[in-house]
Design a binder for this molecule. Sequence first.
Ligand code: AMP
Ligand code: GLY
Length: 428
Amino acid sequence: MDASPKLKILIVGSGGREHALLQKCRQSPLVDSVVAAPGNGGIAAEAICHPVPADDVPALVGLAQSEGIDLVVVGPEVPLSLGLVDALEAVGILAYGPRRDGAQLEASKVFCKDFFARHQIPTAEYASFTEVPPALAYLKDHPAPIVVKASGLAAGKGVIMAETQAEAEAAVRDMLEGGAFGSSGAEIVIEETLYGEEASIHAIVSGEDFVCLPPSQDHKRAGEGDTGRNTGGMGAYTPTSKIDASLQARIENDVIQPTLAGLKSDGIDFRGTLYAGIMLTEKGPKVLEYNVRFGDPETQVLLPMLADDLVPLLLASAKGDALPSSVRFHEGAAMVVVLAAGGYPGSYPKGDPIEFPAHLAAGTAIVHAGTERDNDGTITTNGGRVLGISAQAPSLREAAQNAYALCDQVNFKGKYLRRDIGHRELNR
Ligand code: AMP
Ligand code: GLY
């Protein structure tokens, strides 16, 4: 056993991903205590939450200093793109996540696409624009269906899949002239539409060293059958048989390794999570986008499948040390179903009390996302994605049955969920 003092960890963020990270870190024998900023209702029931917003870099640095934090685990992308990890390093505090330079892979789609081109990483053909006339000229040569994307962070909403030329032209004008997405839309990417099934590959990275978590799939659309508006994610499961060992090896060789080599040759020492959104096309896997943090809700299924301690992986990555050469995962499958507030991803009410069952079946869990805990311990709704209901079981079918049985035991006014999470895998 390690004789060094046990760690105090600060988790930054307030969603289901952060609740899952907190629970996994608290299981580690290396850890003394875990606190969160700002946290949510479920986190508050288990740990101290400090009311510091996840995008207030100076206040987070001050909090980490005053609390004597040994390791900060950054959940969301915004603080990473604002340089939280750089600011913590400057005061000698270890942090899990990329510095601002690495975070550009997610924060700027133009940066990311230019990076792909420079390092021959398979992706959709594209061009980038800041002015309307050349963008419209490009659309004449590359007719719809085509994809128009705001370059900057837009909480998953800045991607327009234009079916017609008129929609594509409107998206270009809305972003570049109309101020849709604000400064995030001042530069755009126009790219070819890729066809196939999507999967998520998460890697914990330390420079050129990496450990992949099992492949997962999430469901971004609000409606059943993957219809309706895009959301942050309505559910996820792992593993997916769509990615077998040989395809996994191909993705690691053709996508992950060249990405890490490319980052290094560009002078970026990348540490933290690299999460590739991959389209499995007829011509092979192509990267749709990179995220530089764990997926939400994918984290809620990936971390429970990790049989080893997460904290040594986070620590090695934060220090830039070598990662363990092998990491163990549980057999079987896991699923998470999101319970959302009625109206999400549009406007929705807050403050409705939530009823929970007295007991949870083995292998099931309730992860909090948009919840708040009153002084008397009552939990109320406080966001669009309210809870993640998860289950781990020998098969995905059993995981689905157990997760949905629990979904029916949790109630709040206007509860909305998709009943078909995992449908592709379950119907294979
Ligand atoms: P992004 O934020 O770039 O991952 O885009 C969000 C979602 O839009 C992806 O998960 C895909 O479902 C879809 N998407 C983005 N780019 C493309 C593309 N080139 N072809 C097809 N679908 C896309
Ligand atoms: N589940 C999608 C994301 O975290 O970006």
